[in-house]
Ligand binder design. Structure first.
Ligand code: C5P
Length: 241
């Protein structure tokens, strides 16, 4: 289903206008990119897996007191979301060292980070999404000091909820990226929570079940994503109200 004008085409999602001013339609596409767009492909069905994970996690977080932009599913790859005024920050929570943090600092791959580490990148492809600190965020007028504290607290809450959830599925939530936006003076979780935006490792084999499978040619991406969605569905079946 696609209604209304295309407002924004991101790397893996398209956002359309709807007939309501305060609601948008987010469609999860099959496109995948890595290394700031240098590597690009399309995997049939990827949009549906990421939609399924995102819809589940938004719902799960809402039930656990975290406000998100998610309103309802439309079909197997589209959801209606509240229109947010997006804050151009990528907030990353890390429970273990992996990816860019291992390249930049003397961490061992997989080293446990306790307490978890929250870092923030400024969302700007042309500048290569540079890492940004709290003073710069306030100086740029992106968040007030109070909002910064709120975003950090929300991120740590989401991390705790998702880490515990994945632990129950035999997976380690290594890290993830989230984005926030404003609506009626409140800060809500926006964007997506999917295998494209997190690192998930099998607890016993340390095998990846996320976009690293694509980034580093570690195997069959769609089988990895399907496995995560299958585990989520099994959890849903065993928690039917
Ligand atoms: O690349 P890096 O190690 O900084 O990524 C940390 C986490 O944030 C990973 O789970 C990665 O998939 C996610 N991420 C993302 N979008 C970006 C940058 C990072 O989803 N633009």
């Amino acid at each position: 289903m696609q209604t209304g004008e295309l407002l924004y085409k991101g790397k893996a999602k398209s956002i359309y206008r709807t007939d309501k001013d305060d609601e948008l339609l987010a469609v999860f596409r099959d496109d995948i990119t890595a290394f700031n767009g240098e590597k690009k492909d399309e995997f049939a069905g990827k949009g549906e897996y990421n939609f399924a994970a995102s819809a589940f996690f938004f719902d799960f977080l809402e039930k656990n007191g975290v406000k998100t932009h998610y309103l309802r599913a439309v079909d197997e790859r589209s959801m209606i979301v509240s229109k947010l005024n997006m804050i151009p920050l990528e907030v990353i929570a890390r429970n273990r060292a992996a990816g860019s943090v291992v390249k930049m600092f003397p961490f061992e791959e997989g080293q446990i980070l306790d307490p978890p580490v929250v870092v923030t990148d400024y969302k700007d492809d042309e500048r290569g999404d540079p890492s940004i600190n709290d003073d710069l965020i306030v100086a740029l007028g992106l968040l007030t000091p109070e909002e910064l504290a709120d975003v950090r607290e929300k991120t740590l809450t989401i991390n705790r909820l998702l880490s515990d959830f994945f632990e129950g599925l035999g997976l380690i939530l290594v890290d993830f990226k989230i984005e926030f936006g404003r609506k009626d003076g409140m800060i809500l979780l926006g964007d997506e929570i999917s295998m494209d935006s997190m690192r998930l490792w099998d607890m016993s084999t340390m095998e990846s079940f996320d976009k690293d499978v694509y980034r580093f040619d570690k195997g069959d991406l769609m089988s990895a994503y399907a496995r995560v969605v299958e585990k989520i569905n099994q959890w849903k079946d065993s928690h039917m109200e």
